[in-house]
Design a protein around this ligand. Structure first.
Ligand code: NDP
Ligand code: MG
Length: 400
């Protein structure tokens, strides 16, 4: 039976890989809806190629984009803004929502997809960092299925017993014998760079990831290892484990994508070339397998796989993420928001790469006394807003 897919964040890096897979398997998948934000020429080309039924653009672009589509004789309904994304994510014709918008902008539509009981392929890790409990509750209550696209989480998913996979990955100690999860991290472009030199890092150096080709924000998060911090929080929610049961190991080759350690001493790992088409193909076709176009891993060429302990002083963001997870939702929401502001300030050359962690640390200190009431999307966005204001004032202090 054809699966009708909405790709939210279709113009991005995950969008590219997803659409390549959807195009390669037309007998299984139909592209029902797409969304874009800044790169609307690219979105227009995707509309010409895939002719979806619906497309989402920023609010102020709806009229222009609609006209452009009609001039090209494309009968595609255009919706705008966050409400348009929510509309698509909950459309009764949609089976699968690929949540591939970057940052907090992806939260409302991902949560709505969970509330509508969709099959969600989750790339937007920020939505679990901000709203983990709410998301997992919505998934459970509405019969949604949440399949991780993040390569580490997808690897862990693949190494878990089928009973956990089918129970939305919730690990319950009495039955499953999982001791630890091990998230692998490449260490990013500055793994072997001294902290003093990291302070001088340019944007071009920071986004040049050694193994993966990704969007700008996640590339910078990889350079600071905030990405692994966000993934740690993502894993806690996704797999129902406290942070102290989840270890991070630096594995610069990015061949082992993560591991599950069991109480009998077994470690199960998932290996593959670092190419997002593998986890996306896995999640799209789960529980079956489809060709992804990824070249086979040549085991004979794997000379040496290294495993190192992360330096938490140099990569302070990872330590902050652990502390935030211990502290609770207000802290994880604030950390995510602060990080988005600080990363944007680095992109705009207002702060140094190493300032990102310092800004995040100060925002976490400031938010510490904030009452812990996180029961709705509105509560989350209110904390997000306060943290963004704290972060913006920290950015200004860094510039003085
Ligand atoms: P990109 O920057 O390449 O793409 C981001 C997408 O989000 C684009 O389609 C962009 O539209 C859209 N977008 C940006 N801002 C907004 C907004 N305010 N409202 C609506 N849409 C918006 O990022 P990636 O594809 O690399 O990453 C997407 C998500 O997947 C992130 O959460 C990332 O952490 C996660 N992820 C990515 C991996 C990767 O390999 N790339 C691996 C694992 C997780 P436009 O381009 O038109 O502006
Ligand atoms: Mg990842």
């Amino acid at each position: 039976m054809t699966q009708y897919v909405a790709v939210l964040g279709a113009t991005g890096s995950i969008g590219d890989s997803t659409l390549a897979l959807l195009a390669a398997h037309p007998e299984r998948f139909s592209v029902y809806a797409l969304s874009g934000y800044g790169r609307l020429d690219k979105l227009f080309s995707l509309c010409q190629r895939f002719v979806p039924k619906r497309v989402a653009v920023p609010d102020d672009q709806v009229d222009t984009f609609s006209q452009r589509l009609s001039q090209a004789n494309l009968d595609i309904a255009v919706v705008g803004g966050q409400s348009g994304l929510v509309d698509i994510a909950t459309d009764s014709q949609v089976d699968t929502v690929v949540a591939a918008i970057v940052g907090a902008a992806g939260l409302a539509s991902t949560l709505a997809a969970a509330q509508a009981g969709k099959r969600i392929l989750l790339a937007n890790k920020e939505s679990l960092v901000m709203a983990g409990s709410l998301m997992m509750q919505a998934v459970r209550q509405n019969g949604a299925v949440l399949l991780p696209l993040d390569s580490e989480h997808n690897a862990i998913f693949q190494c878990l017993p089928a009973s956990i996979q089918q129970d939305n990955q919730q690990i319950h100690d009495e039955h499953h014998g999982v001791r630890h999860l091990w998230l692998t991290a490449s260490g990013g472009p500055f793994l072997h760079t001294e902290y003093a030199d990291m302070q001088q890092a340019t944007l071009a150096q920071a986004v040049k990831h050694p193994n993966w080709s990704m969007g700008q924000k996640i590339s910078i998060d990889s350079a600071t290892m905030m990405n692994k911090g966000l993934e740690l929080i993502e894993a806690c929610h996704l797999f129902n484990l406290p942070e102290h049961r989840i270890n991070v190991v630096i594995h610069p080759q990015s061949i082992i994508h993560s591991l599950v350690e069991y109480v009998d001493g077994s470690f199960l790992a998932q290996l593959g070339s670092p190419d997002m088409r593998t986890p996306i193909a896995h999640a799209l076709s789960y529980p079956e397998r489809i060709h992804s176009g990824v070249k086979s891993l040549s085991l004979y060429d794997l000379a040496g796989l290294e495993f190192l302990e992360p330096d938490l002083e140099k990569f302070l963001c990872l330590k902050l993420a652990r502390e935030a997870m211990q502290s609770g939702s207000v802290a994880t929401i604030a950390l995510n928001a602060s990080n988005e502001v600080a990363v944007q300030a680095f992109i705009e050359a207002q702060v140094k790469l190493t300032d990102i962690a310092l800004i995040n640390a100060r925002v976490l200190e400031k938010i510490a006394g904030h009452p812990e009431v996180v029961e709705s999307l509105e509560d989350i966005m209110a904390i997000d807003d306060v943290a963004r204001r704290y972060a913006s004032s920290e950015v200004r202090l860094c510039q003085q």
